[in-house]
Design a binder for this molecule. Structure first.
Ligand code: ATP
Ligand code: MG
Length: 265
């Protein structure tokens, strides 16, 4: 399912112009990382994908749906959105009720709900915590509950806003694994992140934003190789990429495998 954004502008009621003319297309099954300094407009942009925000001008379409003509509840069948802070998202008394809430709301049959919930719980390694109150879990596991509750809705598009912030290494690996599974299933995944290593390792396409505009958009190697331009939005390329540049590798590298290949070659 395509996401198409044409000349999107958005101004908050207090007059802040958060988006100043964004145009882009995201194809079905693409895995996109969005980076950029604080206040660049990343969250404002993705909140247009599920109708939480409506364009001040311009247009956002999800498949053949113009987001101005569909409610947030309707758009939830196409776009899943994992909030940065799970506490904005969780309200049920136990994990399985929480995770079942989304698919139940979308009106799936009870068998379908059961199978989507079980699958989401397995993907997030929560199968042994189904009876626990989410608030008795650590913040890292609460994050996984928030992810499971979105995955269980089985939407073609999934958005993560800063999924790795405040997470330990084990949970970052779990989140990367969820994204990998979604990729294998052909889902579109859009992830806002300040964690440039996470971005380099998990996304083939990277969009860098600055002051409500798109600064760079291309393959991860193309974008992460542009050190000078990224610096204007306070993003440092991954350490391996910078080291590769200093070693005068001909190609931009971003993973250990690429680095070693370039070193040998
Ligand atoms: N609810 C709001 N009301 C008014 N202004 C807002 C609101 N939310 C965000 N802004 C402003 O809009 C601009 C874009 O904010 P946004 O949260 O989209 O940036 P971001 O790239 O997600 O930043 P961060 O990396 O800090 O999460 C900023 O200037 C911000 O202060
Ligand atoms: Mg944000």
């Amino acid at each position: 399912m395509n996401i198409t954004i044409s000349n999107l502008h958005f101004t908050y009621p207090n007059g802040v112009q958060a988006l100043r003319g964004i145009s882009l297309t995201i194809e079905p099954g693409e895995q996109v990382g969005i980076v950029g300094q604080n206040g660049a407009g990343k969250t404002t942009l993705v909140r247009h994908f599920n109708g939480l925000l409506q364009p001040t001008s311009g247009m956002v379409t999800i498949g053949d749906w113009d987001t101005r003509k569909y409610s947030v509840a309707k758009l939830a069948s196409r776009v899943g959105y994992v909030f940065q802070n799970p506490d904005e998202q969780l309200f049920s008394r136990d994990v399985k009720t929480e995770v079942a809430f989304g698919p139940r709301n979308l009106g799936y049959s009870s068998e379908q709900i059961q199978s989507q919930v079980n699958e989401a719980l397995a993907m997030t390694e929560l199968s042994d915590k189904t009876e626990t109150n989410p608030y008795d879990l650590s913040p890292t596991w609460r994050k996984m509950v928030a992810i499971a509750s979105v995955i269980a809705m089985d939407t073609p598009i999934v958005i993560f806003d800063e999924p790795t912030t405040g997470q330990d290494a084990a949970n970052i690996a779990r989140i990367a694994n969820v994204i990998k599974t979604l990729r294998e299933r052909g889902r579109t995944v859009i992830t806002i992140t300040h964690d440039i290593d996470f971005c380099a390792e998990n996304f083939e396409r990277v969009i860098a934003m600055s002051q409500g505009r798109i600064l760079l958009d291309g393959s991860a190697n193309e974008v992460l190789g542009q050190e000078d331009i990224l610096a204007t939005t306070y993003v440092d390329p991954p350490q391996l990429t910078r080291l590769g540049k200093r070693l005068r590798f001909k190609k931009t590298v971003r993973t250990e495998e690429e680095f070693l290949a370039a070193l040998r070659g």
